[in-house]
Every structure is written in structure tokens, then in C-alpha cells.
Design a protein around this ligand. Structure first.
Ligand SMILES: Nc1ncnc2c1ncn2[C@@H]1O[C@H](COP(=O)(O)OP(=O)(O)OP(=O)(O)O)[C@@H](O)[C@H]1O
Ligand SMILES: [Mg+2]
Length: 171
């Protein structure tokens, strides 16, 4: 599934693609990716229902050393997981029901500053890009349409100066 010749999207400063074969690998990717993340980073997760966005976020939470189990934020729009290791909190957002985007996001009245946190947003495309000039976009695709195939192709694309030259080939 490598597509080395596909052009990078406009504005992209770093990109990588990898294939994951099981949910544990998706979670591991999150753990590895967490090492690259800093306070103020915005990570957007895109992928259909059950693609593995929350699974990846669970790994991010482990890698960041935050409190609380990462689950689908079904009944809340955002959940804050404070750091247990003196690092940034993880703010996990389900933007699916976030109609208005940015304004609502700022109105959520989270008791944490987004610029001190790592903000991970599921279903945020077209809604939260304005939160930061820099962002890491993670797209998770099923290799085939079948729901019992565990393979996923993950495309990581960094936008903005923050990600310029970053090595996203984390496999
Ligand atoms: N390679 C894989 N990576 C991640 N999840 C996988 C993989 N293979 C199978 N799965 C399964 O797919 C499901 C992914 O669920 P998850 O909640 O992470 O998806 P999601 O993208 O957050 O969905 P939603 O859009 O409903 O929030 C889990 O049941 C998981 O076990
Ligand atoms: Mg989810």
C-alpha cells in the first residue's frame, strides 16, 4: 500500500505512511507518536467508524503518561486526562457533534489551557484547523472494506513549521 509518488498535500511539511496489522500495533503507534508530541500540539484523527481513532488515542494516552482510561468520548465532547508525569495533559475531543467548530471548542470551558495540552480531535476535519497553524493529521484507512480485516493504512501528515523536517516514519 505504499504510495511514495503521491504528491504531498498542500501546506504539508512532513508526511509518512505505514501499514498496521492489528489493533495492538495501532495502540503502539500512539505510544511512539506520543514521544514526538509537545504542549500545544494539535492532532487530528480521521477515519470511518471503527477505523481505530480511539485505539490510537489510547496509545497516545499511555505514551504521554496521563490519568484515566481513554475511551470514546461519546457522552461528552471533550475529556481532559491530566498528566501523571509532569507533562502536557491529553485533551481528547469528539468533534462529531461539534457543529460550529472552533467557537464551540473554545466555549467548552475545559479547566486546562489548550496551549499547555496535547489536543487530539476525532472527526475534526473542517472544524478545528483554526485552533493552530500547525497540526498533525492522522488518517486511518481500512485496507479493504471488510470489517473483519484488521489491517489499517495510516497516513501521517504534518502541517506548519512545527512539523517541518519531522521524521514521521514511526513504524
Ligand atoms: N489495526 C487496527 N487498528 C485499530 N483498531 C482495529 C484494528 N484492527 C481491528 N481493529 C478494531 O476496530 C475497532 C476500532 O475502534 P475505535 O473505537 O478505535 O475506532 P474509532 O475510529 O475511534 O471509531 P469511532 O468513529 O466510532 O469513534 C476496535 O474494535 C478494534 O479492535
Ligand atoms: Mg472513536
Amino acid at each position: 500500500m505504499e504510495a511514495p509518488h503521491s504528491p504531498a498535500p498542500e501546506g504539508a511539511t512532513a508526511t509518512a505512511r505505514l501499514t498496521l496489522h492489528a489493533p495492538e500495533q495501532t495502540q503502539d503507534l500512539g505510544r511512539t507518536l506520543a514521544k514526538l508530541l509537545r504542549p500545544g500540539d494539535l492532532v487530528m484523527l480521521t477515519g470511518e467508524l471503527g477505523a481505530g481513532k480511539t485505539t490510537l488515542t489510547r496509545g497516545l494516552g499511555e505514551g504521554l503518561g496521563v490519568r484515566g482510561a481513554v475511551t470514546s468520548p461519546t457522552f461528552v465532547i471533550a475529556r481532559v486526562h491530566p498528566s501523571l508525569v509532569g507533562g502536557p495533559a491529553l485533551v481528547h475531543v469528539d468533534a462529531y457533534r461539534l457543529g460550529g467548530g472552533l467557537d464551540e471548542m473554545e466555549d467548552l470551558d475545559l479547566d486546562v489551557s489548550l496551549s499547555d495540552s496535547v489536543v487530539v480531535v476525532e472527526w475534526g476535519e473542517g472544524k478545528v484547523e483554526d485552533l493552530s497553524e500547525d497540526r498533525l493529521h492522522v488518517v486511518i484507512d481500512r485496507v479493504v472494506g471488510s470489517t473483519d480485516d484488521e489491517r489499517r493504512v495510516v497516513t501521517l501528515t504534518g502541517y506548519g513549521a512545527r512539523w517541518a523536517g519531522a521524521d514521521l516514519a514511526l513504524g
